[in-house]
Design a protein. Structure first.
Length: 306
């Protein structure tokens, strides 16, 4: 029983601090995916809002800070930050994808949530609980997330609405649950959110415990990156190790969005989004295959992953 609980904990929790570097999204020669709306359309929409009134549904969110947060997310999607010690990693990756595909839809959805206390997108209708509406804006000691009320509101709403097996014993929010199983995201739940909320087809390879059966993990990621975003579900503890020959806990812990992947002299260079910026690491084919438990390839619903 103890081993099962520890396994769930290691699946649910991941901590990673990136080094911010310059990189180009998607593959070098890829034009990137077709989007539902553009960054410029979203900014025009946001900039038309001179002032925002206090919300009757979100008493602890300051209107000016909320609007400023939305604008920054649209201008700098890489700045999306899931917070220190939280289990919001999967929701951060979902938000990153949302801003790639439909930044205008993202802005409208969050504004409706703020003004009306509920909203809909895709096949999803959000009606956050009273506990969620009271908590948003009050999260502290989470790093930059402390001063980003739009993320607080949005991540709490996602965790409140979507459930998976890791949430079985903790389905109702209590203060502090952002750090516990209540906020955790297993791999099937992550892909279900993409398919129901975003304008993406999501082809997933892998599971929470078994790695994808691929002969060439690098080639698979490289090919699909030309068609749209690719999210990896990984054991992220490699970043904390000076020698990448061992992983203490061989389970996935984290979602990252691939920005670029290349190979030179049998060494792979991987550039990815995570924790509000870009990170670059170098690794071998075998080590890449060892750390990756899930590969989610996203394409517009008119396209197909390889």
């Amino acid at each position: 029983m103890t081993r099962i609980c520890l396994l769930c904990l290691f699946i649910a929790v991941g901590i990673l601090t990136p080094e911010k570097i310059s990189a180009t999204p998607y593959g070098h020669s890829s034009p990137g995916p077709v989007t539902t709306s553009t960054q410029q359309e979203a900014l025009v929409f946001i900039n038309q809002i001179a002032t925002l009134k206090p919300s009757a549904f979100w008493p602890n969110i300051k209107p000016a800070s909320f609007l400023q947060n939305l604008r920054k997310n649209i201008e700098e999607p890489l700045s999306i930050y899931q917070g220190i010690s939280t289990n919001f990693c999967g929701y951060g990756a979902i938000t990153y994808l949302f801003l790639q595909d439909d930044p205008l839809g993202y802005a409208k959805l969050l504004l409706h949530l703020y003004e009306d206390g509920k909203s809909s997108s895709g096949t999803v209708s959000f009606t956050p609980s009273d506990a969620i509406r009271q908590e948003a804006g009050l999260l502290r000691y989470k790093g930059t997330l402390d001063i980003r009320p739009a993320e607080q509101m949005w991540f709490l709403c996602l965790a409140d609405h979507f459930k998976g097996y890791l949430n079985f014993f903790n389905r109702r929010f209590d203060p502090g649950d952002e750090n516990k199983f209540w906020a955790s995201v297993n791999y099937a739940k992550f892909n279900r959110i993409i398919r129901s909320l975003l304008n993406y087809q999501a082809r997933a390879r892998g599971t929470d415990l078994i790695r994808p059966a691929l002969n060439d993990t690098y080639g698979y990621i490289k090919r699909n990156l030309e068609n749209g975003p690719v999210i990896l579900y990984i054991n992220n503890r490699i970043v904390h190790k000076k020698k990448h020959n061992r992983i203490k806990f061989d389970v996935p812990t984290h979602f990252i969005a691939v920005q670029r992947i290349d190979m030179t002299d049998e060494m792979i260079t991987l550039v990815y989004w995570d924790y509000g910026g870009r990170t670059q690491i170098q690794l071998t084919h075998n080590f890449l295959k060892k750390i990756v438990f899930g590969i989610t390839c996203c394409t517009p619903k008119t396209g197909h992953a390889d």
